[in-house]
Design a protein around this ligand. Sequence first.
Ligand code: NDP
Length: 252
Amino acid sequence: MSKPLTGRVAVITGASSGIGEAAAEHLADLGARVVVLARRADRLTDLVARIEKDGGTALAIAADVTDVTAIRAAADRVATEFGGADLLFNNAGVMLPAPIDEVATDQWQQQIDLNVSGLMNVIGAFVPQLVSAAAERGVADLINTSSIGAQNPYPSFAVYCATKAYVTQLSKQMRADLGPKNVRVAAIEPGFTTTELQSHVTDAGISDWLEGAKTQLEWLTAADVAATVGFIAASPARVNFQQITIMPTGQP
Ligand code: NDP
């Protein structure tokens, strides 16, 4: 029996851990051929092996999304090897919170470079493939990972939250261009999700606060968020979830 995403080609950025890794496994389970992209080649190789062992088809591309040349080359490879993408899960991101008056300009820039400019590099490289797939097959998906931080203020998270507000607003705006071309654009906004994201935080006070939050409420799993991505992509072509906020039940 055919699976809901049989025949589709999904590119997932940030696929070497967390939400992206879980999404790659889930989309492959749903029948898509998946292209997994991140910097850590060894993790991607393991992921491809797991997906193929379960009967799926996967291709690893080790690349940095902040490197526009590498991302354009990745898109060329997807076109050559898989005939182009019709589903882009634009998910790579980093969260480096710190009190704004500490003026951690390097970390501000790192978040902007990855969460905004990196996201745009991927959009620039793959949107032509999405548009052409939608013209041929009637539907394609561009799913961007935003955050609940796009909606709510959190002390010390201003720059991260602002990058995610950009992602949500960009997604909404892009629908106006791409919806009429049958490319559905969605922003997903998760709350606390157990992944490696928190391990990069350098501010000891915020790390402690995040660790404390893990004991106070049950966080989402990466698989919970991956299921949302699958749900969006497997919905009928006429249905476009513009924005989905997915929260742990206990997180206010
Ligand atoms: P992880 O840290 O587990 O995953 C981040 C992924 O991004 C990794 O695969 C990492 O791989 C990749 N990545 C980082 N830098 C680059 C780069 N320059 N080029 C290519 N890939 C890169 O965290 P999550 O799974 O939680 O994060 C996924 C997304 O979810 C992010 O956008 C995050 O902001 C968002 N999010 C997460 C929440 C949470 O609570 N976890 C809540 C709300 C949103 P590698 O290092 O191998 O390159």
